[in-house]
Design a protein around this ligand. Structure first.
Ligand code: 6R9
Length: 657
C-alpha cells in the first residue's frame, strides 16, 4: 500500500516514543484488568452476551460463521428498548438521569430520567402504531440533536421497526436516496434545527426528499423552533398532536420480542462508488458489542460517571456510543444540540463544568479546532471532573493527542484512541484505560475477543515493524451483516482481497510492541473532519452541474479537518471560470450531498491528467494539491496537462473559500 503520503505520516509517527502507563489508582478501580486478554474469545463473548444483555429467550448457540456472513447469539430473543430503558426502571433506577440535555439557545436544559425516557418512548411508540408502524416497518429519521431523536430510535426498536437515521446536515437528495433504498414508509423529522444561532430547515428539505421517495406515506414532525413550516394534509402529522391522549403506560405498548438476527438499523456510509452503502446491523450482536466495549473502554461506573460523547447521533459513533451502548449500560450521558463555538469557543468546557462530565469522547478534528482557538477557552472552566478522554474518527496526530491530554485532561487522564468503522459497529482497536500503556497516535491493541492483523499485498501477515492493510481475522458480534440489498458489493468490498478475512480499507503499521498505528484510508474514500466521503460522490455531484464537463476529486492534508477536498474541474465550452462559478459549484455540491462535502478548493483546468486507458491519475492531483514534487508521470497520455494544472493551482485560480 504505502503511498508517499502515508509513508511520510508513519515516519513522523514512529518518532513518537512517549509512553503513558496507567496510574496505579486507575488500574485498581478499572472495569478491565490485564487478565481480560487471557480469556478465550468464545468464552469472552458468551459471558458478555449472557451478562450484559437481558433476554426474553436465552440464546442456544454463540455464533455461526459462513463467510462472509455471521450470525450471533442464535436462538435468543430480546428487545433493544427493553435493554436500554425498561429494565433500568424495573431494577429501581427510574430516577437516574439517562440524558442531561442542553439545547443550543442559552439556558435551555432538560434532565431526562430513565423513567421519563420510558414514558416518552412508550407514548411515541403508541403514536407511531396509530399511523401503522409495526414490526418490520422501515422508518427514516432526519433530526437534530434533540432528546426526541433517541426517543424516536428507541420507539422504533420497541416496536421492532428498523430505522435509518440520516444526519441532519445531509441534502434532500441524500435523504431521498436512503429512503428509497431502504423502502422507508414513514419519516420522522422536525420543523427546523438550531445551528450556530440560525435555523436549519429540516422539514423543508424533508418535503423535497419525500417528493422523490413516493414510498414514504407519512411523516411525523417535531416542533422544535416553532417557526411555520408547510404541513401536507393526510401525510404530515405533528408529533404532539399524534401523541394527544395516547397512553404512556409501558403495559400499553410491550417491547416486541425480536430474534437476535432481526434487522435493527441501516447506517449509510460512503464507499468507492457514488451510491452510499446501507450497512446492515442486527439486534443482539450489535447491542452486546457496543455495550461491552462501552463498559470496558470508557470504564463506565454507572452510578458515578457523567459521560459525554460529543458526536452527532446521525453517525455510527452517535448510534453506538450516545444511544445504544450507554443506555444499555444505564449510563448518564450529556446530550448537546449545538456547535462547540456557539455562542463562544468555551461552550464545551462550560458544559463539562456544569454537569461535572467525567468521560469525554470526541474526534481529532474537534480537538484540532480547540487547539487552533487556544487553551485559554478551556482554562476559563474547572475541568477537574474529567477522568478519561477518548478519540475517534481518524488518525490522531501525536501533538493533538498530547494537547488533549494536557489542556483538557490536566495531564492526568488517560486518552483512549479508538479505531472502528460504521461496518464494525463497535470499537475494535483501542487501549483499555486501566491496562494499556498508551502512545500518542497509536490505537494500540485489538479489543478482547477481536482478532486484527496487518497483511501485505499478497495476504501474508506482517510482523512487528511492518506495514500494510488492516484486516479482521474472525467475526465479532457487532459486525455488519452485509450491505442492504447488495450481496455482490458486500463480497467485493470487504471479502475479495483476502479469503475469509475482512478488509477494512485502512493502512496500518505494527510496532515492536505489537501496537497498531492507523494510517488512513487506502481507497478512494476521503476522511474530512472524521466523515467518510468518497471522491466519486463529489465528482458525480460536480458533473451534475450543467456547466461541468468533467471533474476529478482528491483530498489534501488539512491542519484542522485532517483532509480537505480539492476538486479539479473542466468546464463545458461556453462556461467561464470565475470566482462566482467556484462559489456556485461549491453550493451545488452542498445541495447534492450536504455542506460537509463542499470542496475547499476548486481548480479550473482545461484537461485532467489521465492514463492512456482513460483513468484519472488522482495520485498526481494529490501531489499538486499538496505542492509536492510529482511522482511517476510516464503512464500519462499527455504529461503537459499536469504542468498546466500545477501552474493554475499555483497561480491562484483555485480559491480557498
Ligand atoms: C467510527 C467511525 C471509519 C473510518 C476508518 C478509518 C477512520 C476511525 C479511527 C480512524 C484512525 C482512529 N478512523 N477511527 N482512523 N484512528 N481511531 O469513524 O466510523 O465514519 O465509518 O469511519 O474512519 O479510516 O476506516 P466511519
Amino acid at each position: 500500500m504505502a503511498t508517499e503520503t502515508s509513508q511520510h505520516a508513519i515516519d513522523t509517527m514512529l518518532l513518537e516514543e512517549r509512553t503513558y502507563p496507567p496510574t496505579e489508582e486507575f488500574a485498581r478501580r478499572a472495569n478491565a484488568k490485564a487478565d481480560i486478554y487471557d480469556e478465550d474469545f468464545e468464552a469472552f463473548w458468551e459471558r458478555e452476551g449472557r451478562e450484559r444483555l437481558s433476554w426474553f429467550e436465552p440464546f442456544s448457540e454463540l455464533y455461526e460463521w459462513e463467510p462472509p456472513y455471521a450470525k450471533w447469539f442464535i436462538g435468543g430473543t430480546l428487545n433493544v428498548c427493553f435493554n436500554c430503558v425498561d429494565r433500568h426502571v424495573d431494577e429501581g433506577r427510574g430516577a437516574k438521569p439517562a440524558y442531561l440535555w442542553e439545547g443550543e439557545p442559552a439556558g435551555e436544559r432538560r434532565e431526562i430520567t430513565y423513567a421519563d425516557l420510558q414514558r416518552d418512548v412508550v407514548r411515541f411508540a403508541n403514536a407511531l402504531k396509530s399511523i401503522g408502524v409495526g414490526k418490520g416497518t422501515p422508518v427514516a429519521i432526519y433530526m437534530g440533536m434533540v432528546p426526541e431523536l433517541p426517543v424516536a430510535m428507541l420507539a422504533c426498536t420497541r416496536l421492532g421497526a428498523p430505522h435509518t437515521v440520516v444526519f441532519g446536515g445531509f441534502s434532500a437528495d441524500s435523504l431521498s436516496g436512503r429512503m428509497v433504498d431502504m423502502k422507508c414508509e414513514v419519516l420522522i423529522t422536525q420543523d427546523e434545527a438550531w445551528r450556530r444561532g440560525s435555523t436549519v430547515p429540516l422539514k423543508q428539505t424533508a418535503d423535497e426528499a419525500m417528493g422523490d421517495a413516493p414510498g414514504v406515506r407519512a411523516s411525523v414532525v417535531l416542533r422544535r423552533t416553532g417557526n411555520d413550516v408547510p404541513m401536507q394534509d393526510g401525510r404530515d402529522h405533528w408529533w404532539h398532536e399524534l401523541e394527544d391522549g395516547v397512553s404512556d403506560d409501558p403495559s400499553s405498548c410491550p417491547c416486541e420480542p425480536m430474534a437476535s438476527e432481526d434487522l435493527l438499523f441501516l447506517m449509510y456510509t460512503s464507499g468507492t462508488t457514488a451510491k452510499p452503502k446501507g450497512i446492515v446491523h442486527t439486534t443482539a450482536g450489535y447491542l452486546c458489542g457496543v455495550a461491552s466495549t462501552h463498559h470496558y473502554i470508557f470504564d463506565l461506573k454507572r452510578d458515578e460517571d457523567v459521560y459525554w460523547c460529543a458526536a452527532d447521533i446521525g453517525w455510527i459513533t452517535g448510534h453506538s456510543y450516545i444511544v445504544y451502548g450507554p443506555l444499555c449500560n444505564g449510563a448518564t450521558s450529556v446530550l448537546y444540540e449545538g456547535t462547540p463555538d456557539f455562542p463562544d469557543k468555551d461552550r464545551w468546557w462550560e458544559i463539562v463544568e456544569r454537569y461535572g462530565v467525567t468521560i469525554l469522547y470526541t474526534a481529532p478534528t474537534a480537538i484540532r479546532s480547540h487547539m487552533k482557538w487556544g487553551p485559554e477557552f478551556a482554562q476559563r472552566h474547572d475541568l477537574s471532573s474529567l477522568r478519561l478522554l477518548g478519540s475517534v474518527g481518524e488518525p490522531i496526530n501525536p501533538e493533538a493527542w498530547i494537547w488533549y491530554r494536557e489542556h483538557i485532561g490536566g495531564d492526568r487522564t488517560p486518552v483512549v484512541d479508538t479505531w472502528w468503522q460504521t461496518e464494525t459497529g463497535m470499537v475494535m482497536i483501542t487501549p483499555l484505560p486501566g491496562v494499556t500503556t498508551t502512545k500518542p497516535g497509536s490505537a494500540t491493541k485489538p479489543f478482547p475477543g477481536v482478532d486484527a492483523g496487518v497483511f501485505d499485498e499478497r495476504g501474508n501477515e506482517v510482523g512487528p515493524g511492518g506495514g500494510g492493510y488492516l484486516v479482521l481475522k474472525r467475526p465479532w458480534p457487532a459486525m455488519l451483516r452485509g450491505i442492504f440489498g447488495d450481496d455482490a458489493r458486500y463480497r467485493e468490498t470487504y471479502w475479495s482481497k483476502y479469503e475469509n478475512v475482512y478488509f477494512a480499507g485502512d493502512g496500518a503499521r505494527i510496532d515492536r510492541d505489537g501496537d497498531f498505528w492507523l494510517l488512513g484510508r487506502v481507497d478512494d474514500v476521503m476522511n474530512v473532519a472524521g466523515h467518510r466521503i468518497s471522491t466519486i460522490e463529489v465528482e458525480s455531484a460536480l458533473v451534475d452541474h450543467h456547466d461541468v464537463a468533467e471533474a476529478a476529486v482528491c483530498s489534501r492534508k488539512d491542519a484542522t479537518t485532517g483532509e480537505a477536498i480539492v476538486a479539479y474541474v473542466t468546464l463545458k465550452g461556453s462556461a467561464e471560470a470565475s470566482v462566482e462559478k467556484l462559489a456556485e459549484l461549491r453550493d451545488h455540491v452542498a445541495k447534492k450531498i450536504g455542506p460537509i462535502a463542499k470542496p475547499a478548493n476548486i481548480v479550473f483546468t482545461p484537461e485532467l491528467p489521465k492514463t492512456r486507458s482513460g483513468k484519472i491519475m488522482r495520485r498526481l492531483l494529490r501531489d499538486v494539491a499538496e505542492e509536492r514534487p510529482l511522482g511517476d508521470t510516464t503512464t500519462l497520455a499527455d504529461p503537459a496537462v499536469v504542468s498546466e494544472i500545477q501552474s493554475r493551482a499555483a497561480s491562484g485560480s483555485s480559491d480557498e473559500v
